[in-house]
Design a protein around this ligand. Structure first.
Ligand code: AMP
Length: 282
């Protein structure tokens, strides 16, 4: 496992791989790697000759009241897990190396950034898009792997890559869940045992929403109300939003049709969790 902390070395290392005829896969993360991240690395290793995991806790995507200082960090564990899953490079720059001064140039993916998480976390996706754009500019031609766990982020990043012509192919990967349906997340470690158990209500709400659509419900308001009711029945969980939207536009349709995405966000204790599920209506 080669660990790189300098931008110029990262740029040179990926270029050297391509010059040697090897394809490159990049898995951007904020570290504290778990089996969800490992699934992205495994997919990248199946598709590409060389896999690099980047680890950077991006300060630009945290709001002033959010948990940047307490965000979990585990550099040793990250190296081990990345290596076991098939990566041969870890790019782990310091904040100073990645953001030597606060960037005056910022990237915004309009519309997709302004709904759902964008309402609850103003500026969040601008922070994501700005740092991901820097990473793409450094990485050069490669495939990049993002999880559907952060579905809105996946759409934002896809659009960023397409609209700004970055030579990257964005690959979306399915959400890895625990046995009770809870999506794996670095933030789950903040949950008490009771909160962790209560968190399963997010996936139950998504499944209930999907089931009512499968049973013929076509009114998005009804689906939203059902998911909200399921979540509100769990006293330890406080709903932020529950929505059903077009899978590509993230807009609420008048009538449910085609490819849809159900998305929920809720607070469990001090921890904010998100989850989502895809469904198609013929
Ligand atoms: P993060 O470190 O939370 O920024 O996540 C890094 C990448 O891993 C993002 O593309 C996430 O969507 C993805 N990811 C996080 N959790 C999961 C999961 N449970 N299943 C699949 N991918 C995930």
């Amino acid at each position: 496992m080669r660990v790189i902390d300098r931008v110029d070395e990262f740029v040179a290392a990926l270029e050297a791989e391509r010059v040697a005829g090897r394809t490159v896969g990049l898995v951007p993360t904020m570290g504290a790697l778990h089996e969800g991240h490992a699934s992205l690395v495994e997919r990248a290793a199946a598709d590409c000759d060389t896999v690099c995991v980047s680890v950077f806790v991006n300060p630009l995507q945290f709001g002033p009241a959010e948990d940047l200082a307490n965000y979990p960090r585990d550099p040793e564990g990250d190296r081990r897990r990345a290596g076991r899953a098939g990566a041969s490079l870890v790019f782990a720059p310091s904040e100073r190396e990645m953001l030597p001064s606060p960037p005056l140039a910022r990237v915004r993916v309009q519309e997709l950034s302004e709904v759902l998480e964008g309402v609850s976390r103003p500026g969040h996706f601008d922070g994501v898009a700005t740092v991901v754009a820097k990473l793409f500019a450094m990485a050069g031609r490669c495939r990049v792997y993002f999880g559907e766990k952060d579905y809105q982020q996946l759409l934002v990043v896809r659009r960023l890559a397409a609209d700004l012509s970055f030579p990257v192919e964005v690959v979306g990967c399915p959400t890895v869940r625990d046995l009770d349906g809870v999506a794996l997340s670095s933030r789950n470690r903040y949950l008490s045992a009771e909160e962790r158990e209560a968190a399963a209500v997010l996936f139950r709400a998504l499944r209930a929403g999907a089931a009512t659509v499968v049973a013929g419900e076509r009114d998005p308001g009804e689906v939203t109300a059902l998911m909200a009711a399921v979540i509100e029945a769990e006293p330890l969980v406080h709903l932020d939003y529950a929505e059903v939207v077009g899978a590509e536009t993230l807009a609420v349709p008048e009538k449910l049709d085609g490819q849809l995405r159900l998305l929920v966000a809720a607070r469990v204790g001090h921890t904010r969790l998100i989850d989502n599920l895809g469904i198609g209506v013929a």
